[in-house]
Ligand binder design. Structure first.
Ligand code: ZN
Length: 319
């Protein structure tokens, strides 16, 4: 068995000189550097080769590396795809269907851009405090202080205020309430129409088809980008079926379909369902280097590109 590093990317763009310098992603020039380094020191493989290695004992090269890109950003066409073509590398792209089919902005992306539009995050926290007072009159929820105390805990990457906003709006509150707050803040701070914003943020069908024709792998990332481990069985089935319909409409070979769990959301029930649907491989957001096999093929670990620092690159301690 060979060691495999799977790298996970989200935004890959010029960030510092853009209108959203606070967006957390990889600078385009750093992506090129990373690819150059990997090309010199590692062996790029394709998802189809990985499937062959898991199911048919195909031998992967030593120090193999696979690149995955989540969430279907247009960055992946305008910035990533030309570089992959230049270096002769396959990327695997996990695209939530709703963004392409309906021009809706995922709530997780709305939150990113709300945060990136407001330098003083205490303003957003103050808005949320006001909104919760109003919502509490209509819904059975706790008060602001309860949530702030529970959730505002700073992390390696984010301040306590940012963590509070993300956790409250991505996880803690019920879907309907989360969406109400997110939509209010998105309208207030972005001041753009959602469909137009979506068209600028995400891939469209023509771009995806061109990427497929050039050998890129396109996989399942759900339809709505829900947390799969929180869905009822019939909801999960609908979410996956709609996503597979979308992939089929693009010309993806469904006898070799793969998935990336939105937010890494998986559990035994989700895995059993994917197995039933004959999913070949599925990627988590757990961090690690993998020896892919039949037993862990639906729990594959990845490395976040932002965890691969410049210093590691320079010291050649990457991966
Ligand atoms: Zn995602």
């Amino acid at each position: 068995m060979s060691e495999l590093s799977v790298v996970m990317y989200h935004y890959v763009r010029e960030i510092k000189n853009s209108s959203f310098p606070d967006i957390k992603g990889l600078e385009l020039k750093d992506f090129r550097e990373q690819i150059k380094y990997l090309k010199e020191n590692y062996n790029f493989i394709t998802t189809e080769e990985l499937i062959e290695s898991v199911y048919n004992n195909y031998k992967l090269p030593p120090k193999s590396v696979l690149l995955t890109f989540d969430d279907g950003y247009v960055d992946h066409y305008t910035n990533v795809f030309p570089i992959l073509k230049e270096f002769g590398i396959q990327g695997s792209f996990y695209i939530p269907a709703k963004t392409v089919k309906e021009h809706k902005v995922l709530d997780v992306n709305k939150i990113h851009f709300i945060l990136a539009s407001v330098p003083d995050k205490s303003k957003i926290v103050a808005d949320i405090k006001d909104l919760l007072i109003d919502i509490k009159e209509r819904h059975d929820i706790n008060d602001f202080e309860y949530y702030y105390k529970k959730l505002a805990i700073e992390s390696r990457y984010d301040t306590a205020e940012v963590i509070f906003i993300k956790r409250l709006l991505q996880v803690e509150l019920e879907e309907e309430i989360r969406m109400e707050i997110v939509d209010f803040l998105f309208k207030k701070y972005l001041k753009v129409s959602e469909p137009n914003f979506a068209k600028q943020l995400y891939l469209n069908e023509d771009q995806i088809k061109e990427m497929i024709s050039e050998g890129m792998h396109i996989g399942c990332h759900g339809y709505n980008h829900y947390w799969w481990n929180r869905l009822k069985p019939n909801e999960l089935e609908k979410e996956i079926d709609l996503s597979l319909d979308f992939l089929e409409s693009l010309g993806v070979d469904l006898s070799n379909w793969t998935a990336a769990y939105p937010y890494g959301s998986h559990n035994e029930d989700v895995e059993i369902f994917l197995e039933k649907k004959k999913c070949k491989l599925a990627f988590t957001t757990k961090v690690g280097i993998e020896n892919a096999s039949l037993s862990n093929r639906l729990q594959l670990k990845r490395l976040d590109t932002n965890d691969i620092t410049k210093e590691q690159l320079l010291n050649k301690r990457l991966l």
